[in-house]
Design a protein around this ligand. Sequence first.
Ligand code: ITT
Length: 197
Amino acid sequence: MRLVLATRNRKKATEIVRVLGDAQVEVLTLDAFPDCPEVEEDGETFEDNARKKALTVAAHTGLPALADDSGLEVMALAGEPGVRSARYAGEGADDAANLQLLMDRLGENSHRAARFVCVLVWADGAGGSRSFFGTVSGEITHHAKGNNGFGYDPVFQPTGFDRTFAEMTADEKDRLSHRGEALRAFAAWYKNMTPGQ
Ligand code: ITT
């Protein structure tokens, strides 16, 4: 059974396709459905937003859909940027502007604990849905380091490592990341649901 990835973030989609490909799940991207409506991400939680995205894409395409809502929670900033991670510096802000605002707000604060959160919602096309969660704890570095990944990766150093996600290979990040954890939980469940696929 095929499913559609309900994301317009290409870097995120690349990570999802990579991990689900390893688990032999066949995925289509929104490139195949250019008329799919935009979803306003006005939920209060990652799960609310992911569910809204998955249900919208499943209804439009008539196929099961998988959405990812994710973000960075910085403890010293009371969980910001959180669900607003993609538009922290305003609607249409790019990764560089969001990252710069985070660094400005955190300044030289010595309390730099943070975590990435990922909630995946699978929608079956008949109104049903199911959620999968992943988190990874770490800290915000004082300076951006590395060129891999996307978003806040250059300033996020997972606990127990002396490199940021942007200094790691794709495989290393997938093994440690919030998205990797949620995707592996989804893939295990999906395989049971679609035996022989
Ligand atoms: P879609 O809604 O179309 O999937 P989006 O980029 O708007 O794309 P989100 O609303 O879930 O997605 O926002 C996720 C943001 O959180 C993303 O733009 C990054 O700024 C940040 N983020 C999430 N996962 C990340 C990761 O693995 N590495 C770095 N930053 C990440």
